[in-house]
Design a protein around this ligand. Structure first.
Ligand code: PLP
Length: 455
């Protein structure tokens, strides 16, 4: 009997044993999976030896490209010492050094680092810190325990993170598990919820948020936001000044500002953190995806000294923060995160990105002439291209048409791996991606949209 190629066997076993996230498995079982075995720079290589461009940084995590020698080395080096010990009752050098480095880089005023494992847990930590903070703060400030968040916002998939999430499809099934929150309309300028346009609107969309804070601040612990870009919503980019005003409102009404920088952090928007664009310091900041350069799961919640101090007290006052995970502060994760930050400095990643960000804007411009491209949104290396059925009326394609998926499949045939958000095509290349590869990514996306929408 002829031996079946290894990829066939792996594909069979995938379909037999695996359950993939956010995936209709019946459909998956009918398709042939791409099985990624290797990577190099912005490229991914599958078990058949086919090469693809990694157009979404392996789901928004990769920073300096795959197999970066410095990051690879950091992991190998740490392995000659220890793979893991705990931060409960002990400490370790990489966790200490990384915390110090993060505080140096973070918006001024954030002084403490609490580790966890992924974006969702970093958000859970921020929510719990906020609630416990208001209980322990002196003078007491009322039963502040609810949160304001934006519709279409996304903060992760654990129950607390879903509670402050704004994507109905992800919430609906779990409604009975979620705690009550207050939702406000997002700055979705292409489909402005109040029918105005920027800049003549003068950020009128902030008025309902101010009303909420004014009327209900006594019960509100915090406002959580994805600064500058609501990524999972379809790369919704907030107009300039929006974040700064949110900061001012939170300060005025004594509500903690929680910045979820999980997607925007580590250079993705062109600055180290999105908050840096508007000189904003949040009270709590969640980071994860790019923290390890896309190598290992690691996350952190950064807090101000003011919040940290509310947790100090005598042992039996029970003011400690009651939260922690088995792998908190994992030394390998922290070691590769340190190497990631070092590469930012040594390769001047952010400075070198600047010209490429402008080039990316130029490359994207011709796409706006396609008949079914409604809106192109870009902030740094975060790009969303919203496809519409009718450009004049901005009528969307029905989600069941799966247009985004079809374009992504077409792009895959042409050697570009991307994952759309509904009918928004997402491009989020590793920061190390050079103009030549950016050009190939955009050209491929252009051709794929044209082929699928027949325009
Ligand atoms: C991806 C993401 C999360 C969740 O992170 P996980 O690591 O997937 O748990 C939270 N917030 C934002 C803004 C994200 O993009």
């Amino acid at each position: 009997m002829k031996r079946r190629p290894r990829s066939d066997k792996l594909a069979d076993w995938d379909r037999m044993y695996l359950w993939h996230p956010f995936t209709q498995m019946r459909e998956w079982e009918r398709e042939r999976p791409v099985i990624i075995e290797r990577g190099k720079g912005p490229y991914l290589i599958d078990t058949d030896g086919r090469t693809y461009l990694d157009g979404v940084s392996s789901l928004w995590v990769n920073v300096h490209g795959h197999r970066h020698p410095s990051l690879d080395r950091a992991i190998r080096r740490q392995l000659t010492k220890i793979a893991h010990s705990t931060l409960l009752g002990l400490s370790n050098p990489p966790a200490i050094l990384l915390a110090r480095e993060l505080i140096r880089l973070a918006p001024p005023g954030l002084t403490r680092v609490f580790y966890s494992d992924d974006g969702s847990t970093a958000v859970e930590v921020a929510l719990k810190m906020a609630v416990q903070y208001w209980q322990q703060r002196v003078p007491r400030a009322g039963p502040k325990r609810t949160f304001v968040h934006l519709r279409l916002g996304y903060h992760g998939d654990t129950v607390g993170a879903v509670s402050v999430g704004g994507i109905d499809l992800f919430r609906k099934r779990f409604h009975s598990l979620l705690f009550p929150t207050i939702a406000a309309d997002p700055p979705y300028c292409y489909r402005c919820p109040i029918g105005l346009s920027y800049p003549s609107c003068a950020l009128a969309c902030l008025e309902p948020i101010e009303r909420i804070l004014k009327q209900r601040h006594r019960e509100i612990a915090g406002l959580i936001i994805e600064p500058l870009v609501q990524a999972a919503a379809g790369m919704l980019t907030a107009p300039p000044g929006y974040l700064k005003r949110i900061r001012e409102l939170c300060t005025r009404y004594h509500v903690l500002l929680i910045a979820d920088e999980v997607a925007t952090g580590f250079g993705r928007t062109g600055r180290m953190f999105a908050c840096d664009h508007e000189g904003v310091t949040p009270d709590l900041m969640a980071i994860s995806k790019g923290l390890t350069g896309g190598y290992l799961p690691l996350a952190a919640t950064l807090a101000t000294e003011e919040i940290y101090r509310a947790f100090l007290g005598k042992y039996e006052e029970w003011k400690a923060f009651f939260h922690g995970h088995s792998y908190t502060g994992n030394p390998i994760g922290c070691a590769v995160a340190l190497a990631n930050l070092k590469v930012f400095r040594r390769e001047r990643t952010l400075a070198r990105m600047r010209a490429r960000v402008s080039a990316l804007s130029r490359l994207l411009r011709p796409l706006s002439r396609l008949a079914h491209v409604g809106d192109i949104r870009q902030r740094g290396y975060m790009v969303g291209i919203e496809l519409v059925k009718d450009r004049a009326t901005r009528a969307p394609y029905p989600l069941s048409d799966r247009l985004g998926h079809r374009v992504a499949m077409e792009a895959r045939r042409r050697g570009l791996l991307i994952r759309p958000l509904g009918n928004v095509m997402v491009l989020m290349p590793p920061l190390a991606t050079k103009i030549r590869e950016l050009t190939r990514m955009v050209t491929t996306l252009h051709e794929s949209i044209r082929t699928v929408t027949d325009s």
